[in-house]
Ligand binder design. Structure first.
Ligand code: FE
Length: 207
C-alpha cells in the first residue's frame, strides 16, 4: 500500500471517534474506548505524512491533523526533536496521548503550598502505548522526548480544538502564565480531497 491510502487509517480513526462521541459517553468511557481507538491508530507507523513528522531545531512541533467540525475533539501530531520538552502545563479538557515513534517521558505535577512539584515518578511511554490526562484524573504535567539522539512523535487527541483553548503554563514557584498553543502548521490538510488517492487507485486498476 502507498502512503496515500495509509492515510485512510487516520480517516477511519476520526470517523470511529466521532461515532463514539455521538453516543454522548462520559469521560471515563471516552478515555477507555478512545484510548483503544488511538492504540489501534498508532499500532502501525506508516500513515503520518512526512510534512507532519518534521522536527524543528528550536522547539517541539504541534501539527493539527484534524479538528472536528463541532470542536468536540482534535487530533495533533507532536514532534519532539532530540532532548526537547514542554514547560509544566495543563489542558483543561480530556486528552489522550499515544506514542507513534520513539518514546516520551511524562512527569505529573501537583501543587504543594502554592508551588508545583513532581507528583509521583516520571514514566516512559514507548511507541504503541497510550496515556490520558484530564482535570479529573490529573491535568498538569511536563513531557520530554525520552530520546536524546532522535525525533519522537506522539499523536494526541483532545476534547476540544486544543490549539484554541485558553490554558496555562506554570513555573515551579507557582507562577501561572495563560497561553493558547495554536498549531505549528498554518493550514488544514486537504482532508476531504481524496482525489489523489482515488485517481491512484483508478490508474492501478486500469488495464
Ligand atoms: Fe500535555
Amino acid at each position: 500500500m502507498n502512503s496515500l491510502s495509509n492515510l485512510a487509517r487516520l480517516r477511519d480513526f476520526v470517523q470511529s471517534f466521532a461515532a463514539m462521541l455521538e453516543r454522548k459517553p462520559g469521560e471515563q468511557e471516552i478515555l477507555t474506548e478512545g484510548g483503544a481507538l488511538l492504540a489501534g491508530l498508532i499500532s502501525q507507523d506508516d500513515w503520518l505524512p512526512a510534512a507532519y513528522a518534521q522536527a524543528d531545531s528550536q522547539r517541539y512541533q504541534q501539527y493539527l491533523l484534524y479538528a472536528d467540525a463541532l470542536e468536540r475533539f482534535s487530533v495533533v501530531s507532536f514532534v519532539w526533536g532530540p532532548g526537547q520538552s514542554t514547560p509544566i502545563h495543563d489542558h483543561t479538557v480530556w486528552g489522550l496521548i499515544g506514542v507513534l515513534r520513539g518514546a516520551e517521558i511524562g512527569q505529573p505535577y501537583g501543587q504543594v503550598d502554592g508551588q508545583w512539584r513532581p507528583q509521583g515518578p516520571s514514566h516512559e511511554l514507548l511507541a504503541g502505548q497510550v496515556e490520558a490526562v484530564s482535570p479529573r484524573i490529573g491535568d498538569v504535567h511536563r513531557v520530554f522526548n525520552a530520546r536524546q539522539d532522535q525525533t519522537s512523535i506522539s499523536i494526541h487527541v483532545y476534547g476540544a480544538n486544543i490549539g484554541a483553548v485558553q490554558r496555562s503554563v506554570y513555573l515551579e514557584d507557582g507562577t501561572r502564565k495563560p497561553f493558547v498553543s495554536g498549531y505549528s502548521n498554518q493550514t488544514l490538510p486537504n482532508f476531504w480531497d481524496r482525489s489523489a488517492e482515488l485517481n491512484a487507485q483508478l490508474r492501478a486498476a486500469a488495464p
